[in-house]
Structure formats: structure tokens, C-alpha cells
Design a protein around this ligand. Structure first.
Ligand code: GLC
Length: 455
């Protein structure tokens, strides 16, 4: 028996197919999936919005967990909630200007507060000073700007009375004993909570028209590593949940946090979170979207000052595309419902760059192996238009760059930002290489782009 298992494992390794990734709950073919996801892979760039009661605490969306707050202690954020400047049209316009093609907003985060008018809870925006369904306004605004609409929905819920204890729950952070778990779990029933999620997702996916993306968050059932104190597919009823989602919105694109890794169709894309650009290379060839914040937290965090620079943000975007993935950048609006000036400034800079260079992002992916990456630069590639983009990370003022092995492969070179021609000739020392001459003055873009029209 053991021998047989070993053999199966070995065969799977040789053939490159993961042994346990074979189950499939639907009937979609790879080609159909590719078609369904085309707009998303072509877009490459989206905006995440984390907005909720935690925006008022302004010190991390996990504040309830971090400070071990009970529902009663957290109630003040509900009582104060009144985003008088909430204007998703402004958000959507900023996203669009920055070149983003889709948005994903928290309809409910781990704190359990709903930004929509759910029939199944009183813990919702209509019962706050906002007095209205913020999700509806968001959907209308985003759609009106011609962007695709996405919902984030937290699987965790630190407010719901039936949601059982796990090691992320605010109430078991101080006393982690089993006795405390047992005491708090008395009367809680995950089956009822699962029904609550199905009910709410049904509302979200039937009452707001076509929804393009669903971002469910998250699972951490580490198979005993956390003494069974995480939650995963069984706790959420993930298989049924995903079936329901696909039934209600057949075209929708769903992330991978339901803990359905053993299903071939358990997710549409991977979600490397806050990883470095170096790490993104690992995802080459997969379908993925890296989610990143401007600073350390997702929810508005007034005193957090490690904001990424314009160059770091550009690097994330370019490196994502050059490895065949998407980038979703997060904004945590303030409790008044506005983008913080630091977010707006970052978006404005991206808007300037994207206006000039978005052809090197949309519909692009990694370059074919036959094109070596010029030193210090990164490449993106559009297979349909047969254009190759050299992102000049290190601008050689008044100098030249070597395009290694490019002789005979290109017919025209120009800056992308102004379509001005760049001259090139074969290298004197190695005629396979081309030497491209750049002007002394660097164009006014942090990372300028050269567009090569391929033969
Ligand atoms: C995490 C965090 C969360 C954030 C999310 C975004 O799982 O729990 O606060 O919303 O990732 O990727």
C-alpha cells in the first residue's frame, strides 16, 4: 500500500501535477475560465477600499482584536459613525484617473459591521448616523465611472453571537485557556453563522446588479498547527458557499481564501498579500493579484508613517505585470469618508505616470524567454500588439543601454510617454546586441518606459 502511494506521488511529481489538486466542483474548462477572466487579466490594476467602524478608531482595522475589545467596548465606533464626506463618485474618479480598472470595497470586515442594508442584522450602516446603504452608493458610483465592481466580504465575524472562538477572536486574546473557549462558545452555533453568511452573500449578489469580483477573507486552518484554533473550509461551508456565489453571479471572479486548495476550481486567483517585489517572481505563470497597502494597515491609520514612495508603488505595479499578475492597491478612507491627503498624493503621482505609460501595463504580461532583460531594467510585453516595454529603473543619463541579443528582433524604438524616436545600432563588440541611445535629460517620469515595436 505504502509502495503504491509512493509511486503515485512520484508519478505526480514527474508529471508536474499536484497530487491533491484534482477535485472539481463545476464543469468549466480552462479555456472558458480564461475567457471569463479576460477583462481582469487585461486590467492589471485595481483599487481596494477598507472602510468600516475601525476607520474611526484610526489605528488598524484589527483594533478590536489588538486591544481585545468586547462588543460593548466597540459600540462607541458604531455610535460615532457618520461619514459626512462619503462620496464614492470621488473615489471612483480618483481610481480611474490613476489608471485602475476595478474596485473592491469591504461590505463587511472582521468587525462584523455591514455597510449595506442587510435584512439579517441591525449592525449596519442604515442604523448609524450615515442612515443609508453605502454599498449601494458605491456600486452606482463605480459603475458610472465605467469601472468593474468588486465586493470584499469577511468570513470572520467578531460581532456575530453565533461565531465561535478561534485564535484571532478579540475575546480570547488574554485568556487562551480551553476553559475560556468553552465558556465563550456556550450557545454559539456555527451552523447558524454559516446560514447568516449565505443569506448575506445572497443579498449582496442579488440586490446590486452585476458584481464582477468577490473577495472572501480568510482561512487559516493550519491542520492542527494552531491546536485546531483556526478556521477553514468546513467552518465556512466553503464548497456550498462558492456554489451559491457562482449560481447567483455566473461571471464573477472569486479569490482564493475559502480554503479550497484541493479543488481545481476552488478559486480564480491567488492573493499574495504585502509581499516584496522579489517574492512576486514566485508567482510567474500563475493567475494572481498582489494586494498592497500604501502604509502598514488596511483601515485608515492616522499615526502610521511608513508610507511607500512613488517609486516603490511603481515598482510594485511594474513587477506585478512583468511576472504576469495584477496589483490591487488599498486606500483606507478616513471616518469622514474621504481619502487622506497622503493617499490622494500617491494616487495623483500614479495618475501622471499611468497617463503616459499605461500601454506598458494594460493587456501586458511577462516577456517571452527569448528577450533577455536589459541590466537594471524590467520588461513587460503585449502579445497582441507585439510591443515590448523596457522600464528604465536606472536611467543612464546621456548614455546608452544595451539590449542583449535584440539584433534583428525590433523595428522601432521610442519613449512611450511622448512617442519620440530613440535611435539604436548594433554593438561594435557583439553584433547580436543593440545599443540604444537615450537623451541626456531623463523624461519627467520616475521610471520612463521605452516601447519597442517587434518584428
Ligand atoms: C488580511 C487581513 C485584513 C485585510 C486583508 C486584505 O487577511 O485580515 O485585515 O483585509 O488581509 O488582504
Amino acid at each position: 500500500m505504502l509502495k503504491k502511494l509512493k509511486l503515485i506521488f512520484l508519478l505526480a511529481l514527474i508529471s508536474g501535477s499536484p497530487v491533491f489538486a484534482q477535485k472539481q466542483s463545476g464543469t468549466e474548462t480552462d479555456a472558458q475560465k480564461q475567457k471569463r477572466m479576460e477583462w481582469w487579466t487585461d486590467s492589471r490594476f485595481g483599487m481596494f477600499i477598507h472602510f468600516g467602524l475601525y476607520s474611526g478608531a484610526a489605528r488598524h482595522e484589527w483594533v478590536k482584536h489588538n486591544e481585545h475589545l468586547s462588543n460593548e467596548q466597540y459600540q462607541k465606533y458604531f455610535d460615532q459613525f457618520n461619514p459626512d464626506y462619503f462620496d464614492p463618485t470621488k473615489w471612483a474618479k480618483e481610481a480611474k484617473a490613476a489608471g485602475m480598472k476595478y474596485m473592491v470595497m469591504t461590505t463587511k470586515h472582521h468587525e462584523g459591521f455591514c455597510l449595506f442594508d442587510s435584512k439579517y442584522t441591525d449592525y449596519k450602516s442604515t442604523n448609524t448616523g450615515a442612515k443609508r446603504d453605502l454599498v449601494r452608493e458605491y456600486v452606482n458610483a463605480v459603475r458610472a465611472q465605467g469601472l468593474k465592481v468588486g465586493f470584499y466580504y469577511s468570513l470572520l465575524d467578531w460581532h456575530h453571537p453565533d461565531y465561535t472562538m478561534d485564535d484571532a477572536h478579540p475575546l480570547v486574546q488574554v485568556d487562551t485557556s480551553q476553559a475560556n473557549y468553552d465558556r465563550l462558545n456556550k450557545g454559539r452555533d456555527m451552523a447558524k453563522y454559516r446560514q447568516y453568511m449565505r443569506n448575506q452573500l445572497t443579498e449582496l449578489l442579488t440586490n446590486y446588479g452585476k458584481i464582477d469580483v468577490l473577495w472572501l477573507d480568510w482561512s487559516w486552518d493550519k491542520k492542527g498547527q494552531r491546536r485546531g484554533r483556526g478556521k477553514g473550509a468546513k467552518d465556512w461551508g466553503s464548497v456550498e458557499l462558492l456554489k451559491l456565489v457562482r449560481k447567483l453571479q455566473p461571471g464573477i471572479i472569486v479569490n482564493n481564501r475559502l480554503d479550497l486548495n484541493e479543488y481545481k476550481d476552488g478559486a480564480d486567483f491567488e492573493t499574495p498579500e504585502q509581499v516584496s517585489t522579489a517574492e512576486l517572481a514566485k508567482y510567474h505563470g500563475k493567475t494572481w493579484e498582489t494586494c498592497q497597502t500604501f502604509s502598514g494597515s488596511w483601515g485608515y491609520y492616522r499615526d502610521e508613517n511608513t508610507w511607500k514612495t512613488h517609486r516603490q508603488l511603481l515598482d510594485l505595479l511594474i513587477t506585478s505585470v512583468s511576472n504576469g499578475g495584477n496589483l490591487i492597491l488599498n486606500v483606507g478612507p478616513t471616518a469622514r469618508g474621504e481619502f487622506d491627503y497622503r493617499a490622494t498624493r500617491a494616487l495623483d503621482s500614479l495618475a501622471t505616470w499611468m497617463h503616459a505609460n499605461n500601454r506598458a501595463i494594460y493587456n501586458c504580461t511577462f516577456a517571452p524567454d527569448t528577450y533577455k532583460v536589459p541590466e537594471n531594467d524590467k520588461l513587460t510585453y503585449n502579445a497582441k500588439t507585439k510591443r515590448l516595454y523596457v522600464h528604465l529603473y536606472d536611467y543612464p543619463a546621456g548614455g546608452t543601454i544595451t539590449l542583449p541579443g535584440y539584433a534583428g528582433k525590433i523595428k522601432y524604438a521610442a519613449f512611450l510617454n511622448d512617442a519620440s524616436e530613440l535611435l539604436y545600432k548594433p554593438s561594435a563588440t557583439n553584433p547580436d546586441d543593440l545599443i540604444l541611445t537615450l537623451p541626456a535629460k531623463k523624461p519627467l517620469y520616475e521610471i520612463p518606459v521605452v516601447e519597442l515595436t517587434l518584428n
